[in-house]
Design a protein around this ligand. Structure first.
Ligand code: HEC
Length: 147
């Protein structure tokens, strides 16, 4: 193989690889992932977290801190942040520590902003109440559905 052809092959491989990475998440999902991991929104409008009545930037308390990288939560402990993968949220649960109907997109938004479960019951105060733009919420939900 001559050098030109080899270089061309290499470039093609790089192109395929970068495409594969891009294909992984849609732009909305990627923005949602950033918000989940870092607390940073898509615009200059800051995302805030209301923690026991005190408003802090969400960058101080992003979702990943409690629910983990894969949204599986943590079992045991005082707080025990629950599993928030879409598989878990879209199903009703009747476990000993959690009874609630399944979430819809609408009730999920309400849980994140107002801290209410689908029955309208308040979640514990350790789960912050978040304020964000509609665009950020759309992105976050797109990502949560991937978890
Ligand atoms: C400081 C820790 C903490 C952070 C940060 C946090 N959560 Fe939570 N979250 C919890 C805990 C604890 C619960 C359980 C509350 C309860 O049982 O009443 C919870 C509950 C939830 C629920 C309800 C689950 C169910 O089954 O009813 C959802 C949805 C949720 N969190 C989403 C999020 C999202 C999205 C973020 C980021 C924007 C986030 N949480 C950030 C601790 C946290």
């Amino acid at each position: 193989m001559n050098l030109k052809l080899r270089t061309l092959n290499f470039l093609l491989l790089l192109l395929c690889l970068s495409f594969a990475v891009e294909m992984d998440l849609s732009p909305a999902e990627a923005a949602g992932k950033k918000l989940y991991m870092t607390g940073k929104g898509a615009s200059d409008q800051p995302v805030t977290a209301l923690m026991s009545g005190v408003s802090v930037p969400a960058t101080v308390m992003p979702c990943v801190n409690c629910h983990g990288k894969k949204g599986l939560g943590q079992s045991g402990g005082e707080m025990a942040p629950p599993n928030i993968t879409w598989k878990a949220l879209s199903h009703a649960t009747e476990s000993a520590d959690r009874q609630r109907p399944s979430y819809t997109e609408k009730t999920l938004k309400r849980a994140i902003t107002m801290g209410l479960n689908p029955d309208g019951e308040a979640l514990k105060q350790v789960m912050p109440r978040y304020q964000m733009t509609m665009e950020d919420m759309t992105n976050l939900l797109a990502y949560l559905k991937q978890l």
